[in-house]
Design a protein around this ligand. Structure first.
Ligand code: FPP
Length: 229
């Protein structure tokens, strides 16, 4: 099997990484950002076409206000600081999630990065920010209703066409760091037939070789999509 076209990552374990070192949780997120940069570079070098990073969920607002503010600040820093890197590597930045529920400065930062990189034809990095799989589905259904779609005849294709990024193929592989076996509301519709890979390694410790290991494992899988080979 070839390398996956689209990889989604649930970047978990920043808090535990910090806790193990008696550091603040925010320090874990800071290191998590460094790991995200390493993985974006490695994924781009490997020829992965789409990389979705679960950066902030619709449920993450339940966290302490300081931690939320810190993560939002990191997103801004990431988008601003990496522009030269995107340009050099032709990386396109996109967003999935509810932009209307983001602080205005963050929403405009991500919209700006998306606009600045929209013509780049290398890997697409999709930041899942204020993202929930259920929320995305609700927003898709609302878009359908606004088009006066007759719900009695709605098809899978109709719904897929109203998702946040309808042109992005479903993820072939979903990776989760830090050892927990759950989806946490990530790409629920799109991930229906994704291969899952869970690693015990905490996100801040991730390097390109961890991604390579996940891809190797993926290539040994037999994908049947509910059929028989
Ligand atoms: C999960 O770890 C991580 C998050 C909720 C935040 C993810 C953010 C980053 C990796 C930094 C920003 C990245 C980009 C690409 C801008 P956790 O806090 O739930 O860890 P725990 O389960 O060990 O407490």
């Amino acid at each position: 099997m070839d390398i996956p076209r689209h990889v989604g990552i649930i970047m978990d374990g920043n808090g535990r990484w910090a806790q193990q070192r008696s550091m603040l949780r925010t320090q874990g997120h800071l290191e998590g950002l460094q790991a995200a940069k390493r993985i974006v570079k490695a994924a781009s070098d490997m020829g992965i076409q789409y990389l979705t990073l679960y950066t902030f969920s619709t449920e993450n607002w339940k966290r302490a206000v300081d931690e939320v503010g810190f993560i939002m600040g990191l997103v801004k820093q990431y988008l601003r600081g990496e522009m030269d890197f995107y340009r050099q590597n032709h990386i396109r930045i996109r967003h999935t999630g509810d932009a209307a529920g983001l602080p205005e400065d963050i929403a405009s930062e991500i919209a700006g990065a998306a606009a600045d990189t929209k013509d780049f034809n290398g890997m697409q990095v999709i930041l899942a920010l204020n993202y929930g799989g259920r929320d995305e589905l609700i927003r898709a259904l609302r878009r359908l209703a606004a088009q006066n779609q007759d719900m009695a005849t709605v098809t899978e294709k109709d719904i897929a066409a109203c998702l946040d990024n309808p042109d992005v193929p479903d993820p072939d592989l979903i990776i989760r760091s830090a050892g927990e076996y759950r989806m946490s509301n990530f790409l629920l519709w799109e991930g229906a037939y994704s291969e899952l890979y869970v690693s015990a390694k905490l996100w801040p410790d991730w390097t390109g070789s961890d991604l390579a290991e996940a891809i190797d494992e993926y290539r040994s899988r037999d994908r049947r999509f509910g059929g028989i080979t």
